[in-house]
Ligand binder design. Structure first.
Ligand SMILES: C[S@@+](CC[C@H](N)C(=O)[O-])C[C@H]1O[C@@H](n2cnc3c(N)ncnc32)[C@H](O)[C@@H]1O
Length: 319
């Protein structure tokens, strides 16, 4: 579809507003302005920044609808109060911080395209933002799709592979009182998962297992295996992970997958296409083939919302 010159101009300069959001979020501006207004000078003193440049950043935030200015005072817009204040249930600050962490990839995209990508290296703080960013994403809409379209009634145990902050297991266990879950993930992530599980008081129903899918099997007796955003594309060892899931499951077990999925002709949609550039993404039919090759039956898409890059797929282990 030809979208015209205005769209092209928007794309050309889109990174500027993204960077303003990254920096304002990183400085904690929106949390500082929760329920109160402050001048640029006061905010500069609090954040240790240059008052003149900070004022320009705040004016840009006003232009983006994130702040309001009255005289010399700045305060949050409703959007900022709802999504950008730390501690709010809909907080998006960690995924914005993660977006800022991967800025280097996008800044060096030409090198990656010319010579191939280099794997990212993250500090512990960046890793925490990445994992809590997954929680932000879930609370921003993916979790609602999961609860509405994935039926876990009667299921006993969910094995959450690369379960990250444990948000899906927490949502599932809250919704299905008979269900228990295991979060399987790397040690640095399990530490965060344990904190999230403890916050919910679900330690008796959600357990954690430190390990790597590269070297370990997924146990036995699982009647649900969840792969949420861990089967990214043909070069992600998806087949090895699916084989391990199959071996770990009871007959009748349910496989649940969430992924960024490209259309079969690989011409979009935009959100999965951009994700594919940095991480990798299957087309819908490639993923369905991989699921069938691992031995699962009846693969089907339960729901897909390409605007947030969330497609939910289920399949069953028959025998
Ligand atoms: C994109 S996050 C998805 C988190 C969670 N499933 C979600 O959707 O919110 C990918 C997860 O895979 C985990 N991971 C990466 N490599 C792993 C490995 N070799 N073995 C187990 N988990 C791994 C990461 O620590 C992270 O929690």
């Amino acid at each position: 579809m030809d979208k015209g010159l205005a769209y092209l101009t928007e794309l050309t300069w889109a990174y500027r507003a993204a960077r303003v959001l990254h920096i304002a979020n990183g400085l904690g501006i929106f949390s500082l302005l929760h329920s109160k207004s402050m001048t640029a000078v006061r905010l500069a003193q609090t954040t240790g920044t240059d008052a003149e440049m900070l004022d320009k950043l705040l004016i840009a935030c006003c232009g983006m609808g994130l702040l309001k200015r009255q005289g010399c005072q700045y305060k949050n817009s409703d959007t900022a109060d709802t999504y950008l204040v730390q501690g709010h249930p809909n907080y998006q600050g960690d995924i914005i911080a993660h977006s800022a962490s991967v800025w280097n990839f996008w800044s060096n995209l030409e090198d990656a395209v010319r010579h191939g990508p280099t794997p990212p290296r993250w500090t512990p703080e960046q890793h925490r933002h990445f994992i809590l960013g997954m929680h932000n994403n879930t609370m921003a809409g993916r979790g609602a799709l999961f609860l509405k379209h994935i039926d876990l009634a009667g299921r006993k145990h969910l094995f959450d592979v690369g379960g990250g902050p444990a948000t899906y297991s927490i949502l599932a266990c809250r919704n299905y009182p008979e269900l228990t879950a295991t979060i399987f993930d790397l040690p640095e992530t399990i530490e965060i998962a344990r904190q999230m599980i403890a916050k919910e008081g679900l330690q008796d129903r959600i357990h954690t297992r430190v390990g790597s899918w590269d070297t370990e099997e997924f146990g036995s007796g699982n009647d649900v295996v969840l792969f949420s955003n861990v089967l990214h594309g043909p070069s992600s060892s998806a087949s090895m992970k699916l084989d391990k899931a199959y071996r770990s499951m009871l007959p009748g077990g349910l496989l649940v997958i969430q992924e960024f999925l490209l259309d079969d002709d690989k011409s979009g949609p935009l959100v999965p296409a951009l994700f594919n550039l940095m991480v990798g993404a299957f087309s819908s039919s490639e993923l369905m083939d991989a699921i069938r090759t691992a031995g699962f039956a009846k693969p089907k898409t339960a729901v897909a919302d390409p605007s947030i890059g969330s497609a939910w797929i289920t399949a069953v282990r028959l025998g």
